[in-house]
Write a protein that binds this ligand. Structure first.
Ligand code: PMV
Length: 346
């Protein structure tokens, strides 16, 4: 099959890890397995246009972000193409225009690498499928996650929903270091789980995730941490299946604090929380014990707080957030999101 030119457009969401990926080996192989909720509203939308050209041994692409030329993305995309060209040999046969936008405000402190790399991988797979029309649906999504992972590890978890496991775990669960797989059989309490993201600090990340993962090499607690992630993943899977919110909350919060503890105890060391992050955590704990509401927090490698809760307590939790937590957000900003189903072709 030859394809001269055309375009595709995909959206891909961000995701929030419950058991965290922190530390990796060669070729974007995670040091431990992780599990995440795929989000619904925080997305990257990418249009990929392509035109056949003479292969001159290098990549050829233009980059647009929200309609404007964006040369600062070039090194990242160039590196991504170099990593994946062995799996997509057609990459040098086309000139690409990669036109991207996010549904969430930029410099909100929400990382767009997971959604961005997943959206680009989906588009590239659409071209791959046009060149190889016999490809199965299963192979299409598996390879999309495989490619996204090579762009940004956690991006491999943004292809599908609603709950995704990435990283070898149990021998029989189908999990892989190379791509994410959907976790089936989550209890219905999780089917519409809410994530309200409190924007505590919208600044540039203090520590890139590349530097962060590297800090786990030679980290004094690395081996215990990787073993703990396996245990927490087993317990989390059981809690997700049975709808055991108490266990879900315990593991989710412990994982967030452990991620930050790893950064505080590495060399060099970092504190990525802000005073308002701690204020929010303490208020969530007080609200939970005062009202018996199953609400908890998780954190990424930054100061923002993800507030997680079931849909049936939303109005109560949103009132609490508006009354007590919004004051700790930068410019009172927060984003309402929830669990979602993954990438979509537009
Ligand atoms: O995908 P990366 O390399 O940006 O790493 C993401 C790491 C965390 O977001 C902190 C944890 C996770 O599992 O998503």
């Amino acid at each position: 099959q030859t394809v001269q030119n055309g375009s595709f457009e995909w959206s891909a969401p961000s995701n929030i890890a419950l058991v965290k990926y922190w530390g990796k080996k060669e070729n974007q192989v995670p040091a431990n397995p992780s599990i995440s909720f795929t989000l619904n509203n925080c997305k990257t939308i990418t249009k990929l246009s392509f035109e056949k050209r003479e292969n001159n041994g290098s990549f050829s692409f233009d980059l647009l972000f929200e309609g404007q030329s964006k040369e600062s993305f070039r090194p990242k995309i160039e590196k991504f193409f170099e990593r994946i060209v062995q799996y997509l040999p057609f990459l040098k046969d086309y000139h690409f225009t990669i036109d991207t936008q996010n549904t969430f405000p930029h410099s909100s402190g929400i990382a767009s690498s997971a959604s961005g790399m997943a959206a680009l991988a989906m588009n590239l797979m659409s071209l791959e499928k046009q060149l190889n029309p016999q490809m199965s649906e299963e192979h299409f999504y598996q390879k999309a996650s495989f490619l996204a992972r090579l762009g940004s590890g956690s991006a491999g978890r943004s292809v599908k929903g609603k709950v995704v496991i990435w990283g070898e775990h149990a021998a029989t669960d189908g999990s892989s270091n190379l791509y994410g797989i959907p976790f089936e059989g989550a209890h219905e309490v999780f089917s519409d789980y809410q994530d309200t993201i409190l924007l505590v600090d919208k600044g540039e990340k203090q520590v890139s995730s590349t530097v962060g993962h590297d800090l786990m090499h030679g980290h004094p607690f690395a081996e215990q941490r990787f073993a703990q992630a396996h245990e927490n993943l087993s317990a989390m899977k059981a809690a997700l299946s049975s709808g055991d919110l108490e266990t879900f909350i315990k593991i989710t919060e412990s994982e967030a604090l452990t991620l930050h503890a790893m950064m505080m105890t590495s060399m060099p060391y970092f504190i990525l929380m802000k005073p308002n992050t701690l204020e929010i955590i303490n208020r969530i704990w007080k609200f939970r014990s005062d009202t018996n509401t199953p609400v908890c927090f998780t954190l990424d490698a930054g100061a923002n707080v993800h507030v997680l809760y079931p849909e049936n307590v939303s109005s109560k939790v949103l009132d609490f957030i508006k009354n007590e937590l919004v004051g700790f957000c930068q410019n009172s900003q927060y984003l309402c999101d929830k669990i979602g189903t993954g990438a979509a072709k537009l």
